[in-house]
Design a protein around this ligand. Structure first.
Ligand SMILES: [Zn+2]
Ligand SMILES: [Zn+2]
Length: 327
């Protein structure tokens, strides 16, 4: 089977041995396609993942072989995520499921940018779902990234009708804005790129140029989906005193929010990282019932062109890449 691996400063497609269940519980799935996540870009560019790593986790797949106590069967088209919390450790008990050791150690193997993937029984039991018939393969690939956004909205724990500014309108900003709206918030998005501002406006959500914000500290909450250090300034100038800043992205210089600003203005700064099985289920529901529209966000690349997908994402040429792997 073909897999795409990190090979120093590039992504190389190569042949690897086929995988089989060989008596294991779980399933071998044919990967129809896989979304390219911002975290894949960071892992590649910052050399966080080593050579030989197969990135990709936003998969849409079809079951090829299965040995499971679930009702899934050969031929079923499914979405799944990669990590599963144990539900029992101190992190899990406090709701910090994405910090759980088991969560971090579980994965789909070898990774989403591969023609076939092994899913454990645990994946099938907890985070795999049949694709609703009204969703296309590419729409379904937003199951995991939208799940991350759902988690962030829940963690911020805002009152309904709170005013929220989403800073950064890449694909995640577009999903986040819609998720916030679905949860009853009054959303404004901002970005520097005109086409991204237009994209959100066309979905019926107000979006403005970040340079045109009034900087009058009026928003109840700011959601930081931008990966730019400068965006931190935008957040502090636009959050109201007593408000919340939700951090949803790493930034290159790892600069932060001032201690005294947090203290005197009674700000809540919190991070949100990766979704729970329930957040994912809610995400699929939002896609299924059309509360979140993901049409025209993705650009399709064949597995052999995966390097170009990475390059085009890094240079902001596209919003989101979908790697088409098998028919
Ligand atoms: Zn992702
Ligand atoms: Zn746990």
């Amino acid at each position: 089977m073909k897999i795409a691996v990190i090979d120093n400063d590039k992504i190389t497609v190569k042949n690897s041995d086929d995988i089989e269940l060989l008596g294991r519980k779980g399933a071998i799935v044919k990967v129809l396609g896989s979304g390219l996540c911002g975290s894949d870009i960071v892992k590649f560019r910052e050399h966080i993942s080593g050579n030989g790593t197969v990135l990709g986790h936003e998969i849409v797949a079809q079951i090829k072989e299965i040995n499971s106590d679930t009702n899934f069967k050969v031929g079923d088209k499914i979405v799944t995520s990669h990590h599963i919390p144990c539900g029992k450790c101190n992190y899990c008990k406090h709701g910090n499921v994405s910090m759980c050791e088991h969560f971090k150690s579980t994965n789909i193997k070898p990774g989403g940018f591969s023609e076939y993937v092994y899913l454990s029984e645990e994946h099938l039991q907890n985070v795999a779902h049949l694709i609703p018939t009204n969703l296309t393969e590419i729409e379904a690939s937003f199951y995991e990234p939208l799940g991350c956004c759902v988690r962030a909205v829940k963690r911020a724990n805002l009152m309904e009708k709170s005013t929220v500014l989403v800073v950064g309108l890449g694909s995640i900003g577009i999903l986040m804005s819609q998720a916030l709206k679905a949860f009853g918030m009054e959303v404004t998005g901002c970005d520097l790129l005109a086409e991204r501002i237009d994209f959100l406006n066309n979905l019926g959500i107000k979006a403005v140029d970040s340079r045109e914000l009034a900087n009058n500290q009026e928003f109840d909450a700011i959601f930081m989906t931008s990966g730019a250090d400068k965006a931190i300034e935008v957040a502090l100038k636009n959050v109201r005193s007593g408000g919340t800043i939700l951090v949803f992205s790493s930034t290159p210089k790892n600069t932060g929010y001032g201690n005294n600003e947090i203290y005197y203005r009674e700000l809540t700064i919190l991070g949100s990282y990766s979704p729970s099985p329930k957040d994912l289920k809610d995400s699929l529901e939002l896609l299924h019932n059309g509360k979140v529209i993901v049409k025209n966000i993705s650009t399709i690349y064949q597995l052999n062109d995966i390097q170009k997908a990475f390059d085009d994402t890094i240079s902001n040429k596209i919003m989101k890449a979908y790697i088409k792997i098998k028919d």
